[in-house]
Design a protein around this ligand. Structure first.
Ligand code: EPU
Length: 344
């Protein structure tokens, strides 16, 4: 009974359907609706979701809007509804000359999705600016207030991604008045070194927009979900061996080992531009898979599988998708989607 087309509700634009779609526009409406026992899935901007099959459940679209602002001696606070557009909110702050979010400009999606993924770019992560998150447990209908610590943020991870049953109605941001631009990323560092005046939140945001536009495809023109894979973390010993074999391989020391650039690994195998059916590896950024127009779920999953196998064979590293995969039963693992679509 799948009847709601999802093609224009997700930025990869695969042709999938869901049984039902409920647009949630207020907290009141949500409270009336909950608890839900049927299968459900919360959708924000659909910029990190890949529907590999028709979803046999209902979609709750977060369309709750509204922004409140206040301040104390040290910080600016913004209480933002989960359905607000992420980039518009970033630019709203930059225009007010309130810094802290500018490195996260142009990330597609909604404010409510930002904590789930703990979005990050150019040296800044959502977790650094998050004060509090309000989420409703869809199973119980109870409202929960999560402090930053409660959110259990890690690289592209959070309690919301682990548990998957929260509808995020509101996010409160805390932006320090002692703002310092974060310019450690190569291209931002080079740009700021040439400046004759101090960078502002707005000028950094504009530079980030330029950098993203140069590397990352606009999902409205070339459908994609940003990075398809996470950057993998390997042991120090494994990283040393790889450095020995590939002396120009980028490596970054992190708390639990050494992070590698998945884009570099894929690029090094000559897979930029590789395509299967309508799915392709982006020609400027190998970590991004694109829908060239007519991609089917099998095309995307087969291309991702080829990449995972090739990277594993050459570097001994297993890439994990960063995108959320959704099959007929809801969130799914890559192996399950691959089995279902290829019958292996
Ligand atoms: N690289 C290549 N070839 C490629 C892609 C990358 O050699 O095709 C190299 C780059 O030259 C660089 C390194 O790999 O030395 C890292 O590349 P880049 O700086 O472009 O960033 P990334 O690690 O590929 C991550 C995030 C992006 C975020 C950028 C900038 C993840 C999974 N991705 O990408 O986030 O914009 O850093 O901070 O962590 C997203 O999550 O959807 C996303 C786009």
């Amino acid at each position: 009974m799948s009847s709601i087309p999802l093609q224009h509700l997700n930025t990869f634009q695969l042709n999938a359907h869901a049984n039902e779609l409920i647009a949630v526009t207020s907290v009141n409406q949500l409270e009336q609706l909950l608890p839900l026992t049927h299968p459900f899935l919360v959708l924000g901007g659909g910029s990190n979701m890949l529907f590999t099959e028709n979803y046999q459940g209902r979609i709750l679209a977060n369309n709750i809007a509204g922004i409140k602002q206040w301040e104390d001696d040290n910080s600016h606070y913004f209480q933002v509804a989960g359905g607000e557009n992420w980039h518009d909110f970033v630019m709203h702050c930059a225009e007010l000359n309130i810094g802290g979010l500018e490195n996260l400009a142009l990330i597609p999606g909604s404010v409510g999705a930002a904590p789930v993924q703990n979005i990050g770019a150019y040296g800044v992560e959502f977790s650094q600016v998050c004060h509090e998150v309000i989420g409703y447990d869809i199973h119980t209908g109870l409202r929960h207030i999560f402090t930053n610590n409660d959110c259990q943020f890690a690289y592209r991870e959070s309690v919301f991604k682990q548990q998957r049953h929260f509808f995020i109605t509101q996010v409160t941001f805390k932006l320090t008045k002692q703002w310092q631009p974060q310019l450690s990323y190569g291209e931002l560092k080079a740009w700021s070194a040439e400046l004759n005046e101090a960078p502002t939140s707005q000028s950094v945001a504009n530079k980030v927009i330029d950098v993203r536009n140069a590397k990352l495809p606009n999902p409205e023109i070339l459908p994609n979900v940003g990075s398809f894979f996470k950057n993998p973390v390997v042991t120090t010993q494994h990283a040393k061996q790889l450095q020995h074999d590939y002396d120009n391989m980028p490596q970054y020391i992190v708390a639990d080992g050494v992070k590698l650039a998945a884009g570099w690994l894929i690029d090094h195998l000559g897979l930029k531009g590789k395509s299967i059916g309508g799915a392709g590896v982006h020609t400027h950024q190998a970590l991004v898979l694109v829908n060239n127009g007519k991609a089917t779920s099998s095309d995307v999953i087969n291309l991702a599988h080829l990449i995972i196998e090739s990277v594993n064979q050459t570097f001994g590293v297993v890439l994990e998708p960063e995108v959320n995969l959704v099959d007929r039963d809801g969130y799914s693992k890559f192996e399950t989607c691959h089995k279902r679509l290829t019958n292996v």
